[in-house]
Ligand binder design. Structure first.
Ligand code: NAD
Length: 260
């Protein structure tokens, strides 16, 4: 009888691109991947902020390179992805993480249109653009992995957040569609839906409000650290995660499980 081939739990030597990697979950993911031996392309809007993460990785003996990238700029995506492949000799892993918050009431008029366009461009369109740009190299990898960072807002809605909810719900659909289309090539595409996480995005929420929200909404009654999400991302990009695709996974302290 045929047997399961060896399943590797190492990403050592693999090339990973992480978008929005200068802060929060992207930063934690880049640092974790590098600590596991991956070669990491640290990409974000601001070159010096990327440089700081790379310096931290290198100080701990890891391999990384900074690439300034605004994911709402299609040409820049194509250029940076090609540079990463040239620098590191391929691409195995893509983590679409860059994001912004996009609260806006429905009756905000033209302001709503602007928030909507920006939210969709950065939170949804960019995900498919980076994947399409990286595909030629992902196709050459023997364990190509894509992880999209959505949100619990992609599974349910907070009032006043429709642009973000629409974009993040789109990410869950995009994940499923891409998983189905790329599955025959052995490329996996999964999606993580974080709940409340302590990052740049939630920095301005007062500690007291964080505690109130977490106690009222999550089963674990707390905000999470970005590293707790990064570990789920790592588990999905391992070569051994070879039969997981199209999954939409909450990392939310039980927020979506809670009903009262
Ligand atoms: P963060 O603000 O700490 O990090 C987001 C990073 O994305 C920043 O470094 C920012 O510069 C970068 N970014 C923003 N616009 C960009 C663009 N156009 N091009 C490239 N980079 C850009 O926030 P975070 O919480 O770590 O966010 C990471 C992801 O997690 C986002 O997609 C966010 O929507 C999602 N998320 C966050 C939470 C939370 O509670 N923090 C919950 C659910 C989902």
């Amino acid at each position: 009888m045929e047997q399961c081939p060896p399943l590797s739990r190492s990403i050592a030597g693999r090339v990973a691109i992480v978008t929005g990697a200068a802060s929060g979950m992207g930063r934690a993911t880049a640092i974790l991947f590098a600590s596991e031996g991956a070669k990491v392309a640290v990409t974000d809007l601001d070159q010096s902020a990327c440089d700081a993460v790379v310096a931290e990785i290198e100080a701990n003996g890891g391999t990384a390179k900074a690439f300034a990238l605004d994911v709402s700029n299609v040409d820049a995506i194509n250029d940076v992805v090609a540079s990463v492949a040239q620098t590191f000799g391929g691409i195995d892993i893509l983590v679409n993480n860059a994001g912004i918050s996009a609260f806006c009431p429905l009756d905000a008029g033209e302001q709503y249109d602007a928030v909507w366009d920006r939210a969709l461009a950065i939170l949804l369109t960019a995900h498919q653009r980076t994947v399409r740009a990286a595909l030629p190299w992902l196709r050459e990898s023997d364990a190509a992995r894509i992880v999209n960072i959505a949100s619990t807002e992609g599974l349910g809605a907070t009032p006043g957040d429709t642009p973000y909810v629409a974009a993040k719900t789109g990410v869950t659909g995009l994940t499923r569609g891409m998983a189905v289309d790329l599955g025959k090539e052995g490329i996996t595409v999964n999606c993580i839906c974080p709940g409340p996480i302590r990052t740049g995005m939630t920095n301005n929420v007062p500690e007291e409000d964080k505690m109130l929200y977490a106690k009222r909404r999550t089963a674990l009654r707390r905000y999470a650290w970005p590293e707790e999400v990064a570990h789920m991302t790592l588990s999905l990009v391992l070569p051994a995660a070879s039969f997981i695709t199209g999954a939409v996974i909450p990392v939310d302290g039980g927020l979506m499980a809670r009903n009262a």
